[in-house]
Design a protein around this ligand. Structure first.
Ligand SMILES: Cc1cc2nc3c(=O)[nH]c(=O)nc-3n(C[C@H](O)[C@H](O)[C@H](O)COP(=O)(O)O)c2cc1C
Length: 370
């Protein structure tokens, strides 16, 4: 039998994930590119015994290095850096005038000029070089699997790796590449879909259905992601065969999160009925809260990632600056009602306390200690 969680341990929930990552609790704060994962947030989660993750995909190598230094100034515990695996793209396939036309009204409303030279992505090689040089304890990724030599370099540097999968096929590909752990990202998840084999619609499998199928298929430890916000979710994930949970939306409203105040405000009053999967912001499917932009752009022709992302960048930035949440990408999972504006340590501690209780209460071997 696969190594299972040792349920009901007094100090918490020791699993294969806690042992692999060298952490106390099987709770990973998701890397969230675009600003939420400040060094303060990452360090707070790691200090609380979980694994904080810097969402570094949009950061320059210099900014990643300085954030890593910032995290290390705040904690000596393990943490992760998360990047997007690059995919081939060809901007010449798209007519900039056409993309510009569909976005013109937002530029006008926000007083943003048409973009000049567009920059599409940071160099993955250069970003990864910082991860390797800094010997970051854990490296996680999404949108694919890094090439063999990159994985070899990570292994040689003693860096633990974790990759995202939205189907069993992807989980097997992650495992076959020699990656140490896999995050099974269910359809409930906020942010970009990690799907890299086949169309994203095929990868929209609910967490409840995906996790046990992935857990049955792979030998490596599994993190469940998507709609997990508290101890009930963590206990459910463990019951489904996961070795831990990766949570994103649950940390967005924390005081340490760098999400804009307007984003936090909208998130904290949102309901489960209000998320949608949209390609309008970046060209890649992502789950976020509906707003004027997602509604008006529904059905519009959009370029593929990262071309669309580059075209909407200054619109999103101007909207954030002006607190115009109707034009911001408000990524959120399907359980926004469970987000709390409490310190990140409290999210970790409460999640673990409730999960430990639920798991041990339901384990007839253990009982309540009476
Ligand atoms: C604001 C936001 C940004 C995200 N950015 C990333 C990212 O940069 N890299 C990544 O691997 N996953 C990213 N995700 C997805 C998370 O890894 C995870 O799958 C998701 O948060 C789980 O669902 P939940 O939000 O319901 O907890 C992001 C999620 C959110 C909410």
């Amino acid at each position: 039998m696969r190594g299972r969680a040792r349920f009901g341990r007094e100090a918490g929930l020791e699993t294969r994930i806690t042992r692999l990552l060298g952490i106390e609790h099987p709770v990973v704060q998701a890397g969230m590119a675009g600003g939420p994962t400040t060094p303060r947030l990452v360090a707070a989660v790691s200090e609380a015994g979980g694994l904080g993750t810097l969402g570094a995909a949009y950061m320059t190598p210099a900014a990643i290095r300085s954030a890593v230094e910032g995290i290390r100034a705040l904690t000596r515990k393990p943490f992760a850096v998360n990047l997007f695996v690059p995919e081939p793209f060809d901007p010449s396939l798209y007519d900039p005038q056409e993309i510009g036309a569909s976005l013109a009204r937002y530029r006008e409303e926000l007083g943003v000029e048409a973009p000049g030279e567009l920059s599409y992505v940071q160099s993955f090689e250069d970003q990864l070089a910082v991860v390797l040089e800094e010997r970051v304890p854990v490296f996680s990724f999404t949108f694919g699997v890094p090439e063999g030599p990159h994985l070899d370099a990570l292994r040689e540097a003693g860096i633990v790796t974790a990759g995202t999968a939205t189907t069993v096929r992807e989980a097997l590909a992650v495992e076959a590449a020699g990656v140490d752990a896999v995050t099974a990202q269910g359809a409930e998840a906020g942010g970009h879909r990690g799907t890299f084999l086949g169309p994203y619609e095929g990868g929209l499998v609910g967490t409840m259905a995906l996790v046990p199928q992935v857990a049955d298929a792979v030998e490596i430890p599994v993190l469940a992601a998507g709609g997990i916000m508290d101890g009930r979710g963590l206990a459910a994930a463990l019951a489904l065969g996961a070795d831990g949970a990766q949570m994103g939306t649950a940390f967005l409203a924390c005081p340490e999160s760098g999400a804009q105040e307007g984003y936090k405000r909208v998130l904290l009053s949102a309901t489960e009925e209000e998320t949608t999967v949209t390609r309008a912001f970046s060209g890649k499917a992502a789950r976020g809260l509906k707003n004027r932009f997602t509604e008006e752009m529904e059905g519009a022709e959009v370029a593929a990632y990262p071309v669309q992302n580059a075209h909407t960048r200054d619109i999103r930035a101007a909207a954030a600056k002006a607190d115009r949440t109707e034009f911001m990408s408000l990524w959120s999972g399907q359980a926004p009602r469970l987000a709390r504006p409490v310190p990140a340590a409290e999210v970790v501690e409460r999640t673990v306390a409730v999960a430990s209780k639920l798991v041990s209460n339901r384990n007839p071997e253990r009982g309540s200690g009476a």
